[in-house]
Design a protein around this ligand. Structure first.
Ligand code: FAD
Ligand code: PYC
Length: 405
């Protein structure tokens, strides 16, 4: 800053695309950039292009509310999300980039008998999988989060809470930037403003490359990591995906001094909240109830969420909201992601994270890189196939999503 912001070295270069690469990753969000990073670092594949139609990190990675946790119900999910949580722990050191991971605790509020039973089931299942999760009384919940209103006259009084102490938040942009810088340093090309408009296949049906707004680029392996636009891309290869795309909104308040020590979520009243290091209250809602590719959402969703925030935290009633935004989330029927080979040789897909993929970024990228490099899934993502919507071997995590949709 003292030099007038001049002479700063670029964190990654912006090369012209080559004619071809060993691997093309479509989408420069955290999952796509992370995949390129682990392909280079762990599998020695560096002739990679990450193609991004907009700017790096401008999709859901840069729009999410950064909640990280691994308190999912089923063994498969526990394996995947806790793999990610363990990687978060050392990610700043690994990337030599401060991703500001803060294990400040994620507390999910129970407001009725149903919530209590569901959360206790999750707590027991998590513990059997070696994942921390504990039940708190309303008084213990308030001790952990002093702004919380536990008065029993509330519309939906707090009757208890599930707390994962290792859960928390991280700086979303830094995750994209950290992976981008580290991948570029190993030779990965990150090409922004390059929209993929077609997926090319040879006579044998296998992938041969992609059409883009900057010309044809060839590759024998293409990984689609395009979050809200997965269906559009996969359609280019003739694959109809079991996905629905919805707007999901969030908003932040004016910045205030540190007041909120943790993350609190309530699926029943449809609101969640944390405080960023800048001091803003970061607040999120449920998805809109209609499918759309517009990165805005209905105002009524936000007002409903703010009603709930004011009920749970009357201390915030007079806070001013600064800005709102939306992203498009791709939702699978069982609310679990797809990290998989596809019926098209050389085409791989990482999608279906719905409202909750930020937390999984390092773990998802790590196992997806393995899947592409070895042409077979890592044991951690073996169950997260595209095929499961044919076989019926679903991983139903609707209750763990914790965001209404
Ligand atoms: P993205 O970051 O969206 O990256 C995909 C990229 O693909 C985009 O940059 C896009 O421009 C690019 N792309 C698309 N089509 C093309 C094309 N044709 N050619 C080239 N590029 C293309 N998850 C959590 O775990 N915790 C949370 O607290 C949380 N909060 C959320 C709040 C909101 C408001 C939203 C919208 C999402 C939230 N999520 C949360 C979900 C999370 O953001 C996503 O699951 C995750 O960021 C997905 O990462 P990604 O890298 O797969 O996708
Ligand atoms: O998956 O934890 C989550 C989440 C919080 C907000 C949006 N998604």
């Amino acid at each position: 800053a003292l030099r007038g912001h001049k002479g700063w070295p670029a964190q990654w270069t912006s090369p012209e695309p080559r004619k071809g690469y060993d691997v093309i990753i479509v989408g420069a969000g955290g999952h796509g950039l992370g995949t390129a990073y682990y392909l280079a670092k762990e599998h020695g594949i560096t002739n990679i292009a990450v193609l991004e139609k907009g700017w790096l990190g401008g999709g859901n990675t840069g729009r999410n509310t950064t909640i990280i946790r691994s308190n999912y119900l089923y063994d498969e999910s526990a394996g995947l999300y806790d793999h990610a949580l363990k990687l978060w722990d050392g990610l700043s050191q690994d990337l030599n980039y401060n991703v500001m991971y803060s294990a400040r605790g994620v507390m999910m509020l129970a407001h009725n008998v149903h919530d209590t039973q569901v959360f206790k089931r999750h707590i027991h299942a998590n513990r059997l999988n070696g994942i921390d999760n504990e039940w708190l009384t309303p008084e213990e919940a308030k001790a952990f989060c002093p702004p919380l209103n536990i008065h029993q006259s509330a519309r939906y009084p707090v009757v208890g809470a599930a707390l994962q102490r290792r859960g928390g938040t991280a700086r979303h942009d830094a995750v994209a930037w950290g992976y981008a810088r580290a991948a570029a340093a190993m030779g990965v090309h990150i090409i922004q403003n390059c929209e993929v408009t077609g997926i090319r296949r040879g006579a044998d049906g296998a992938v041969t490359g992609v059409d883009t707004s900057r010309g044809v680029i060839s590759a024998k392996k293409v990984g689609v990591v395009a979050a809200g636009h997965t269906s559009v891309l996969m359609e280019m290869a003739g694959i109809r995906m079991p996905l629905e795309s919805y707007p999901l909104q969030a908003l932040v308040s004016e910045p205030v001094k540190p007041i909120f020590p943790c993350v609190v979520m309530s699926n029943t009243v449809h609101a969640y909240i944390s405080q960023s290091d800048k001091g803003e209250l970061v607040i999120g809602a449920g998805t809109d109830q209609y499918t759309s590719y517009s990165q805005t959402g209905g105002l009524h969703i936000l007002s409903h969420t703010l009603d709930a925030i004011c009920e749970m935290f009357p201390i915030f009633t007079r806070m001013k909201m600064l800005r709102t935004w939306g992203g498009i989330v791709d939702v699978t029927p069982d609310r679990s992601p797809i990290l998989s080979k596809t019926p098209v040789k050389g085409l791989y897909v990482n999608c279906g994270w719905g409202t909750g993929g930020f937390k999984a970024t390092p773990g998802s990228a790590h196992v997806f890189a393995h899947t592409i490099a070895r042409d077979e899934p890592h044991k951690i993502n073996a169950a997260f196939t595209l095929d499961r919507f044919k076989t019926g071997r679903l991983i139903d995590e609707a209750a763990a999503a914790a965001v209404a949709h």
